[in-house]
Design a protein around this ligand. Structure first.
Ligand code: PMP
Length: 340
């Protein structure tokens, strides 16, 4: 019998897929955890489920209550689908710069969307801060109550990866794993998987793959937060040590420019049938860097964080790529031509 009681039970237990070209290039085994195969098509379904379960266990979330969150999109999608399945309303605060596809998906799932300008965390109108205030307002006015998911500092997020993603990777590789690397949005994935793996084998090397525009590479290499440049990737690129990142056992950090990450996304799609979002390009580039750092013969795991259709209007749009000064692959250019 393999019947799931609800879609909630279909979260997690994703396959680990060998990345052929990256493995051949480095003479390592580079494996991608296929998180785009979760019901909400991203790694964030896991965090959404654990945050909701934790709030239920604490008694802060009650039947018919509201879940409020500030999110680049994927956590909101996870919260909305788990919320629908379990009977909660979701209110999502999103920076207006995020892809139209993610906003459309959130609306489709019935989340109430609040779009705000993309301003830094220090600004009181930052999406994370707006979501915290909104949760307080709803909690004060609605007798069924409201919670703020607070994915950045709520460690129920990283607990999802300590209890599920990390152990899954350990079991799927039979413990034959030398390195794990990924980018940071909240840090839940990197910190949680790192903690689970180090507990089983402290020799496993944990790497951070940081996009341009994020401040963590400088923190883990020089001890202070400092950002430079920018990236078209979404959902990653952190400027502070979040609650989820605190105590994360990170051994090595890589800074990944879009020029290195984005072509990998096109190659994986064209030659390996993997249709991925931009953050997965940073992750795979990080895995290649970690493979070079460790040398041939090692097994390295990274995360294929979400599905590419979520970015068709940006990452897979020749006009957008040209505007950002990024190369456009020939097949993408051909695909957009209209035959007379
Ligand atoms: N990739 C994408 C596409 C995401 O949406 C996120 C989460 N914002 C991440 C990576 C990073 O995951 P985490 O929040 O666990 O650091």
């Amino acid at each position: 019998m393999s019947i799931k009681a609800s879609v909630v039970e279909a979260i997690g237990n994703t396959p680990l897929i060998r990345l052929k070209r990256a493995s051949e290039l480095t003479r390592c085994e580079i494996l991608g955890k296929a998180e785009f195969m979760n019901p909400g098509q991203s790694v964030k379904d896991r965090a959404a489920l654990f945050i909701i379960r934790d709030a239920l266990a604490r008694g802060t979330l009650k039947p018919g209550g509201t879940i409020v969150e500030g999110t680049a999109g994927n956590t909101g999608i996870g919260l909305a689908l788990v919320g629908n399945a379990m009977g909660f309303r979701t209110v999502i605060v999103i920076p207006e710069t995020q892809s139209q596809e993610k906003k459309d998906t959130l609306r489709l799932l019935g989340a109430e969307l609040v779009e705000v300008p993309a301003v830094p965390y220090a600004n009181p109108n930052n999406y994370v801060k707006v979501s915290g205030r909104l949760a307080e307002e709803i909690a004060a006015s609605d007798p069924r109550g409201a919670i703020w998911a607070n994915q950045f500092d709520n460690v129920a997020n990283r607990q999802a990866h300590i209890e599920t993603t990390g152990p899954e990777i350990w079991e799927q590789t039979g413990g034959k794993i030398d390195g794990f690397v990924c980018a940071v949005g909240t840090g839940g994935t990197l910190a949680g998987v790192a903690m689970a793996l180090k507990e089983r084998n402290p020799e496993i090397t944990i790497g951070l793959a940081d996009p341009m525009g994020a401040a963590l590479y400088h923190y883990y290499t020089h001890g202070s937060l400092k950002a430079e440049g920018s990236s078209i990737t979404e959902g990653i690129g952190q400027g502070r040590i979040t609650g989820n990142l605190e105590g994360a056992p990170i051994d090595v950090a890589f800074q990944i420019p879009d020029e290195e990450a984005i072509p990998l996304i096109f190659e994986l799609l064209e030659h390996e049938g993997l249709c991925l979002g931009g953050s997965s390009g940073v992750n795979v580039a990080g895995a290649i860097r970690l493979a070079r750092h460790l040398g041939p013969g090692h097994t390295i795991v990274t995360v294929l964080a979400d599905y590419g259709t979520r970015y068709q209007s940006k990452l897979f749009n020749p006009a957008f790529l040209r505007e950002k000064g990024l190369p456009v692959p020939a097949w993408l250019e051909r695909g957009t031509q209209v035959k007379a």
